[in-house]
Design a protein around this ligand. Structure first.
Ligand code: GLC
Length: 727
């Protein structure tokens, strides 16, 4: 029986109640899944498990992979595909069918609390690497969920804010990552909490039905973010297929409490007609972070949708379309023919080594200062408030319980003859959804570390390694770009005591570096995951990481295109205005002539690369959408192997009228590893995208004129240029 045949046959058998059971989540009786559908046992439709998240499986122990931003910093689709596959295998091993990953929102605000869960400020890097993650996940028989569709670029008021975004910025910046994920075969798309130009995304008919389905041909499942639905009829007509979690937040606690179960059975709020329960409204207003959704009511696709269908407000055919998408997902996963795909055994050590490889490859050498790589005979002083812990991830739904961890101190002690360790300043809080009550107080009551001992240790060692970090979390944005606590003072004091100081930044995105001119080297490792210290030691002792910045590091928040106007961030009166348009990240720095601290695409190497003989030809309108074929000879002029990310940017001709285009846009890239002295011609197929701009009247438009293609090491370190005329 064909896929659709089996789905249609099932649909014809389902009662209205059974159809409603397939469009609204429930709590997983086992307590393991993040989202759960009980299925329809009568017709052999099994339960379906959905589980977070982008950094690893949030269910019991699992491999804590590095932050998604580290994967973006590796600029390597092959590595991203492997990461996706490993995530999928662990999802299946834990008995789930859908993984709520990858996060594909663009980094628009440098302090957004979830930047560590996203890939880049650039749509092409996001699309290329994000599509590879999806291919890895789907290729392993698990459903990928592209999230959060769309313009969820801040955590401040994320559940209420209206993102006022122009069509051109949506098309050129915020939608491409999702388009690429759909084209790569993502089975699900999760709608964001926020509004876009008015409607909530969970009921955004124009973007769900108009763009996602009609324009892009997406026939998978559109699932809400958790408690991100607001109106049964609007969501039903707007194209939402599946409401999650569909259950009260108390349900998740109920398995552990008879009293709670009894109270829930009473459904006092319904009986008293107080919905949402007043208590929750108070909690949401007075206690919950401003970026947490209000979970009441939580069952729009329950009684409310049932009444809407029975009363003819929502056609049953509309419900049938949703059920068809959900059953289609079951079919894609091979879950309708009875039985379930087997759960592969995971080689946890192999996955740990993959986490180490991703952390290594995502590491960016911001400055090496003649100090790195280390020889191996130096005594080290490891300094930093959390240097004895791996920075596994950030706070929120992406949290993972690692199978094991390697801290920076442990990793360095594997390689150096002598490593002393001093915190220097108070530990930096790593916010967690699972923080036991009072943990914050315990942290504050902990004895104050000895600052002077850290400085003395640095002075007594050959090299000082200062590990600093921030503490980002879902649900709120960082309150500034500065490192939390007294870490900047610690770096200053250590650098004064020992000029051979390397700073290791374990941060969720760009941070201010007031000490940048006083230290020898700076290494950006993002949130490196469970293999943190092992990857750090690999890089400090000579493995050329190949990481390049997927986001611009500005000197201060005000330098960013969103930085100097509260309309643009965090918004005013629940509206955030994307007035910068397409000038996000380096596009904005270029337009405004602002010098970044480190530009988009930046990353030093232990080797040294030369570029020559760039050629560019019209690629013709091939079916892979390639518009230009470029190639350039890259030479490793050092006597040691190195990894280079060859980056091609396109500088378009002036557009007609008042339209302003970015000075240059990333058009393609290739990651190559070259031995010392090796020369190689590197080919780059540049898709049509960067030649085009989105015109609100004429759609995608290629302006005639001269297009300059540059190849080089970053958006501001361009080594070769060639022009091609488009008529
Ligand atoms: C969260 C997040 C989403 C996550 C979901 C389930 O609020 O926004 O990324 O997958 O809820 O935990």
């Amino acid at each position: 029986m064909t896929d659709t045949g089996r789905v249609d046959a099932l649909l014809a058998e389902l009662t209205l109640d059974e159809k409603l059971r397939l469009v609204r989540g429930r709590s997983d009786p086992s307590g393991h899944a993040t989202g759960y559908l009980p299925g329809v046992d009568r017709l052999g439709v099994p339960p379906l498990g959905l589980v977070d998240g982008p950094l690893g499986v949030r269910d019991r122990e699992a491999t804590a992979f590095p932050a998604t931003l580290a994967l973006g910093a590796a600029w390597d689709p092959g590595l991203a595909r492997r990461a996706g596959r490993a995530l999928a295998v662990e999802t299946r091993t834990r008995g789930h069918d859908v993984v709520l990953a990858p996060g594909l929102n663009v980094v628009r605000v440098p302090t957004c609390g979830r930047n560590f869960e996203y890939l880049s400020e650039d749509p092409r890097l996001t699309a290329t690497v994000g599509a590879a993650v999806v291919e890895g996940i789907e290729g392993a028989g698990v459903a990928a969920t592209a999230k959060h569709f769309v313009a969820n670029n801040q955590e401040r008021r994320r559940d209420k804010i209206d993102a006022v975004v122009g069509e051109r910025a949506l098309r050129e910046i915020y939608l491409p990552g999702f388009r690429a994920a759909v084209d790569a075969g993502a089975s699900a798309v999760m709608t964001a909490y926020n509004r876009v130009n008015g409607p909530y995304m969970s009921e955004h008919r124009e973007l769900i039905e108009g763009v996602l389905r009609d324009e892009w041909g997406f026939d998978g499942v559109v699932v809400s973010d958790w408690w991100g639905t607001h109106d049964a009829g609007a969501a039903a007509e707007g194209g939402l297929d599946l409401e999650m979690p569909g259950a009260s937040p108390l349900d998740r606690l109920a398995p552990h409490s008879r009293a709670l179960r009894a109270m829930l059975r009473l459904r006092l709020s319904d009986r008293l007609g107080v919905d949402p329960p007043l208590s929750w409204h108070l909690f949401d207003r007075l206690v919950a972070d401003d970026g947490q959704p209000d979970p009441y009511p939580y069952d729009f696709f329950g009684d409310r949708l049932q009444r809407a269908v029975v009363d003819g407000i929502v056609q049953e055919s509309t419900l049938d379309r949703k059920v068809r998408h959900v059953l289609g997902l079951y079919e894609r996963l091979g879950l309708l023919g009875g039985g379930r795909p087997d759960s592969p055994a995971v080689d946890w050590e192999t996955h740990h080594e993959l986490a180490r490889e991703i952390a290594r490859r995502g590491t960016v050498l911001l400055e090496t200062g003649g100090l790195l790589p280390l020889e191996g005979n130096e005594s080290l002083a490891a300094v930093g408030p959390n240097a004895d812990e791996a920075k596994v991830g950030g706070g929120g739904s992406s949290e993972v319980t690692p199978t094991r961890t390697v801290s920076p101190v442990a990793g360095l002690r594997e390689r150096a003859p002598r490593v002393t360790f001093e915190r220097g300043v108070r530990r930096v809080a790593s916010p967690s959804m699972y923080d036991p009550p009072g943990s914050g107080l315990r942290r504050r009551l902990a004895p104050k570390p000895d600052f002077d001992a850290a400085v003395d240790a640095a002075a007594a060692a050959d090299v000082a390694v200062v590990v600093v970090q921030d503490g980002a979390t879902e649900g709120e944005d960082r309150d500034s770009m500065a490192l939390p606590g007294d870490q900047d003072s610690l770096v200053d004091a250590v650098a004064d005591a020992n000029r051979r100081t390397v700073v290791v930044c374990r941060t969720s995105g760009p941070v201010e570096m007031p000490w940048i001119d006083d230290v020898a080297a700076v290494v950006q490792t993002w949130y490196p995951g469970q293999a943190d210290g092992a990857a750090l030691a690999d890089v400090l002792y000579g493995a050329d990481p190949g990481g390049r910045l997927p986001v611009t590091f500005g000197r201060r928040f005000a330098d960013y295109p969103v930085g100097d106007d509260e309309r643009r961030y965090p918004g005013v009166h629940e509206h955030v205005h994307y007035d910068e348009g397409v000038f996000v990240g380096y596009r904005g720095f270029d337009r405004d002539g602002v010098a970044p601290l480190f530009p988009f695409g930046h990353g030093r190497s232990y080797a040294e690369f030369g570029y020559e003989n760039l050629t560019v030809e019209r690629g013709g309108e091939r079916d892979d959408g390639t518009a230009l074929d470029a190639s350039v000879i890259v030479e490793n002029r050092a006597d040691r192997p190195g990894r280079e990310v060859v980056q091609a940017y396109v500088e378009p001709p002036p557009a007609p009228g008042t339209v302003i285009r970015p000075e240059r846009e990333l058009a393609g890239f290739a990651t190559v590893e070259l031995d010392g002295g090796e020369r190689r011609r590197v080919s780059l197929s540049l898709p049509r995208g960067p030649l085009t701009r989105y015109d609100e009247r004429d759609g995608w438009t290629v302006d005639p004129g001269e297009y300059v293609v540059t190849a080089g090491r970053s958006s501001r370190d361009r080594r070769a240029r060639e022009s091609v005329t488009v008529d």
